[in-house]
Structures are given as C-alpha cells and as structure tokens.
Design a protein around this ligand. Structure first.
Ligand code: 45D
Length: 149
C-alpha cells in the first residue's frame, strides 16, 4: 500500500502534488507535534525558510513548484542537501507559515483534481506510520541533489 500510494502520488501533476501535501498537512497537523520535527532540523532549514518568506507570493509558489518538479534552481539545490527528516520538517514549517499568512495560501474554494482526491483518500486509509513513510519517500525525491551531475 505504501509503494503504490507513493507511485501514484509521484505520477500526479506538480500542482496536485502540492495540493495533496497541503491537505495531508491539514489532516495530520494535530498528530505531528512541532517538538517531534526537531528544532535542530529546522535550524538547518532556517536560512532557506527565511529566504522564502522574503519572496512575493508568486515566487513562493514558483519555488515550491520547482521543488516538486525537481527543477534545478537555487532553492532546489539548497533543499537537496537536507536529510530526509529535515526535508519533512521543511515542508511542515512551510505549511505552518501558510497558516500564519507568511506564505502563499491555497486559493479559497480550491478544487483538488479527481486524481489528487483519490491519492488523498488512499493516504488517509493508511496508518500514521505508513503515512509518514509515504511522505518521506515523496519529499526525499523533491529538489535537486547538487552533488549529482
Ligand atoms: O494558485 O524529524 C496550488 C517525524 C494551486 C519525527 C496552489 C517527522 C494553484 C521525525 C498549487 C494548490 C516523523 C514526526 C496555489 C519529522 C495555486 C522528524 C498552492 C515528521 C497557490 C520531520 C499550493 C514530519 C501550495 C511530518 C502553496 C510527517 C501548497 C511532516 C503547499 C509532514 C503545500 C509535513 C505544503 C507535511 C505542504 C507538509 C507546504 C505533510 C506541506 C506539507
């Protein structure tokens, strides 16, 4: 179930991937304690998160699309050196910044696609540990590894 959910997620369009991550966060939010994401991990991502907060909403959306699409950009390369847990903590923090109004929100009344809704449903049927495993696999591949040629 983990492998198929991950594969179907990765086949989604970039915007659907961002939307599913967002809705996963809104559903899981209460189960993820900020303490668990680790202050030390966020410290590594802090520079990048600060940089993103300085950007316009359009630029913020662009860097998130670049990450999901594995497009080579400065942000994608900076992200690429994070550990998987730091990558998860980074996305978690971006969601928190969205809630605080510091990062572009998902438009009010946004309609997720049928494919996206299906992946979300599948994800919801997994237990918490499996959900984390899917999320880890998904965010691990985002961005660009600056050490690969
Ligand atoms: O206009 O270290 C659209 C533990 C449409 C412990 C859009 C853990 C068009 C160890 C694209 C929709 C395992 C607990 C706009 C860590 C349009 C540890 C915008 C786990 C504007 C870290 C879309 C942590 C946007 C976990 C802006 C489980 C979408 C973390 C943005 C989970 C989506 C984190 C974002 C999750 C989603 C974060 C930022 C699920 C982030 C999700």
């Amino acid at each position: 179930a983990v492998a198929s959910t991950t594969a179907v997620f990765k086949a989604l369009s970039v915007d659907d991937q961002l939307a599913v991550l967002w809705y996963a966060y809104t559903e899981m939010g209460r189960s993820i304690t900020p303490a668990a994401t680790g202050a030390a991990r966020l410290q590594l991502a802090e520079g990048l998160l600060n940089q993103i907060q300085q950007m316009s909403h359009a630029e913020q959306l662009e860097v998130m699309r670049d990450l999901a699409a594995q497009r080579n950009s400065q942000v994608s390369r900076a992200y690429g050196i994070f550990s998987v847990n730091t990558k998860l903590a980074f996305w978690y923090e971006l969601s928190e910044l969205m809630v605080k109004g510091l990062v572009i929100p998902v438009p009010a009344g946004y309609q997720i696609s049928r494919d996206g809704a299906q992946v979300l449903e599948t994800l919801k049927e997994l237990d918490f540990g499996q959900q984390i495993t899917v999320l880890r696999k998904v965010v691990a591949d985002m961005g660009v590894d600056p050490l690969a040629d």
